[in-house]
Write a protein that binds this ligand. Sequence first.
Ligand SMILES: [Zn+2]
Length: 267
Amino acid sequence: MKLTFVGAAHEVTGSCHFLQVAGKNILVDCGMEQGPDLYENPGLPISATDVDYVFLTHAHIDHSGMLPKLAKDGFKGQIFTTYATADLCNIMLRDSAHIQEFEAEWRNRKGRRAGKPEYEPVYEMQDALNAIELLVPCQYGERITICEGIQIRFTDVGHLLGSASIEVWATEDGVTKKIVFSGDIGNLDQPIIKDPAYTESADYIVMESTYGNRLHTQEKPDYLGDFTRILKETFDKGGEMLLFLPLLWAELRNSSILYVRSKKRNY
Ligand SMILES: [Zn+2]
């Protein structure tokens, strides 16, 4: 078993771990870097065509956003994840492709005037659709045989609909070891999503530590109060808000964003 940290090991976003085990090349998450680039990641040490499987912890773009790029570069293996994550990726990866295309168009419009070379989008809609085709939805709690020598199980960790820790059992030379990828772990008593479930045992754990430098012992934040205050302040200033509503995604499908406008502006 060999593990290489390709992303999110020196900074928070762009999660990607490269696991070589039982003769297979596996990526755990394939995320996009977002925000300031604090650390230059080394890139995938093998060709995308040599990746056999992806195990995806959840749909957030910093964990899933480079799947279309992987598909663009020739990956044709399976992407194992939970049902809800597969559903969310079906929307979010298309949305991300739309953003990539839009940004490239904008850059090129400006660039052409300045005589700059064409900017190619990181990926396009067809790449996202190709990646979505490779998703294999799985149930929580089921031990799934991926191939000879590799089994996995998804555990609900209450971070986002569909989010999971992934237990990986790998057998090499008759010896089975278990490595667990925590994924992003949620908090207790959150609305809509369940409390994180426990993983009983592991030989190795790869643990997220995004808020590892913060104490969660203070009183619970007043989410609804804060949200109402932000809405009010924004509208008082005549501003507008974009709300992402995951629960409504299943209903709306083509419209994942609710656009809330201030009454003051008379649209
Ligand atoms: Zn997340």
